[in-house]
Design a protein around this ligand. Structure first.
Ligand SMILES: *Cc1c(COP(=O)(O)O)cnc(C)c1O
Length: 492
């Protein structure tokens, strides 16, 4: 790890522990105005500690500066383009935050009586309706807390349906281009995972699929457009092959940013799918904050959806727990409500004509990047690009520069890296997804940086191999960090 003088206006920042000096603090308590109690008597001696070793002691201004300085080290979507492929890191309009902050929504309590929670329930009903229409499916649950959680919920629904027909079956098919959460989900739901190789266009090979689908196969989990950013143009035929054997078609909807308002999975044979509200529907994400992974199903899977379900009566809404076939709850209460509010605000602000516009712009932006970067980087799959484009480092690798090096050099140019080395079927992948929220100006800055780095890889490969150079911390030893992580501060 190379520590050096910062070239930035703000200062390098030590750990809070290193700032600490005994006795400093950042608060004052008012004089006690209630009778003092003996903590030992109230809490019990076993629950008391005399001191907490190594808790940092700093003043208020030190604490504030520490965290404010650290925050300026962060790259964020409010700062610039975030071209991570498969992540749909779009800008999150402030109006969403405004709406989620409305008192009655922000302070709603999940134990509030139904009669006093009708507004919140109407938000959820309206979102269910909007997502049902966008996906072309028949019913939606808003409970799952993220995409992977939605996948697990969806596959448990498949298992429940097949079980009710007498046999849950044994295997789930997953294309080799899939996100890692797909095979993980299948395994967690008790299925064995069978890989399907992609053909040379990066799509599911129909002959292979036909030979693998038997009455032991519960489902195929497919991402469409897939992680190469390519639309599976045989999707209707794929659905037919599966359905002929009673096998379900699961769609990973993380890439819905390429379809919203244009094509509906329910219309091309999908039985069950999840959405990532924190990707497609503009909830802030990254850093492990709350997400939401609603699951949309066709009629035959609806009886198995998690409880409670919203029941619409004349002009009131009620929670219905009386659903004997339900797989049960998958999350406390009703889902990550604040995320649901943001997604509905986003959908309503765009409206029925704005959503397909956004989708069109997302596809246009990805194709603009593809066109301008094609002369400089290898494009392994020539199929039309949807909302993201995947290059490989084949040309630069001959000069000893790999996708990870190019990505690190991008940091020097002030951009967050693209997705490195995924999907795994592309050796040395550079996966780029701009989203619709980027202007041509911002895209051009990014593209110019990439072209400049491609030139550097030729003229000075060592410069790229050792990047980043303009950051506070230079190239770290990632292998050592993974093998021997230091997760605790150690007193020097
Ligand atoms: C992001 C993503 C997931 C997982 O979603 P999380 O919300 O991160 O759990 C699954 N599949 C694909 C294709 C994704 O891009």
């Amino acid at each position: 790890m190379i520590q050096k003088a910062s070239t930035h206006v703000n200062q390098n920042e030590p750990l809070l522990f290193e700032r600490s000096s005994a006795g400093k603090n950042g608060y004052q308590l008012p004089p006690l105005d209630v009778p003092a109690v003996d903590p030992e008597q109230v809490l019990g001696a076993a629950n008391l500690r005399d001191s907490i070793e190594d808790l940092p002691e700093v003043s208020e201004v030190e604490a504030i500066r520490h965290f404010t300085r650290l925050s300026t080290w962060n790259y964020a979507i409010d700062l610039g383009l975030y071209p991570l492929g498969s992540c749909t890191m779009k800008y999150n309009p402030r109006v969403n935050e405004r709406v989620a902050g409305i008192d009655g929504l922000a302070w709603a309590h999940p134990y509030q009586p139904e009669a006093l929670a009708q507004g919140g329930m109407r938000v959820m009903a309206a979102l269910e309706d909007a997502l049902t229409e966008i996906t072309g499916m028949d019913a939606v649950t808003l409970q799952p807390a993220a995409g992977a959680h939605g996948e697990l919920t969806g596959i448990l629904l498949v298992r429940a349906l097949l079980e009710s027909r007498g046999n849950p079956r044994k295997r789930i098919l997953v294309p080799d281009s899939a996100h890692g959460t797909n095979p993980a989900t299948a395994a967690m739901a008790g299925y064995t995972v069978q890989d399907i190789k992609s053909d040379n266009r990066g799509m599911v090979d129909l002959e292979t699929l036909e030979s693998l689908v038997t009455d032991e196969v519960a489902a195929l989990m497919i991402t469409n457009p897939n992680t190469l950013g390519v639309f599976e143009s045989n999707i209707i035929r794929i659905a037919e092959i599966l359905h002929a054997k009673g096998t379900m078609l699961y769609m990973d909807g993380a890439n819905m940013n390429a379809l919203v308002g244009i094509a509906r999975p329910g219309d091309f044979g999908v039985d069950v799918m999840h959405l990532n509200l924190h990707k497609t529907f503009s909830t802030p994400h990254g850093g492990g904050g709350p997400g939401s992974g609603p699951v949309a199903v066709k009629k035959h899977l609806e009886p198995f959806l998690p409880v409670p379900r919203l029941r619409r009566e004349a002009d009131t809404l009620a929670w219905n727990y009386d659903l004997p076939s339900s797989i049960g709850k998958v999350r406390a209460f009703y889902g990550n409500f604040g995320v649901l509010v943001r997604a509905l605000a986003y959908i309503l602000a765009h409206g029925g004509d704005g959503l397909p516009n956004a989708t069109g712009d997302a596809v246009l932006n990805a194709n603009y990047i593809r066109k301008r970067l094609e002369p400089y980087f290898e494009l392994p799959h020539k199929e039309p690009t949807m909302h993201e484009v995947v290059f490989s480092d084949e040309r630069q690798a001959k000069l000893g520069v790999r996708t990870g090096d190019l990505a690190k050099r991008l940091i020097d140019y002030g951009f967050h890296p693209y997705t490195v080395s995924f999907p795994m079927i592309v050796h040395g992948a550079l996966m780029i997804e701009p989203t619709e929220t980027e202007s041509k100006l911002e895209l051009d800055l990014f593209i110019d940086a990439m072209i400049s780095i491609a030139a550097e890889a030729e003229s000075d490969p060592q410069l790229v191999r050792t990047a980043p150079h303009n950051t506070r911390i230079g190239r770290v030893d990632e292998v050592l960090a993974a093998r021997k992580p230091v997760l605790r501060w150690q007193r020097k």
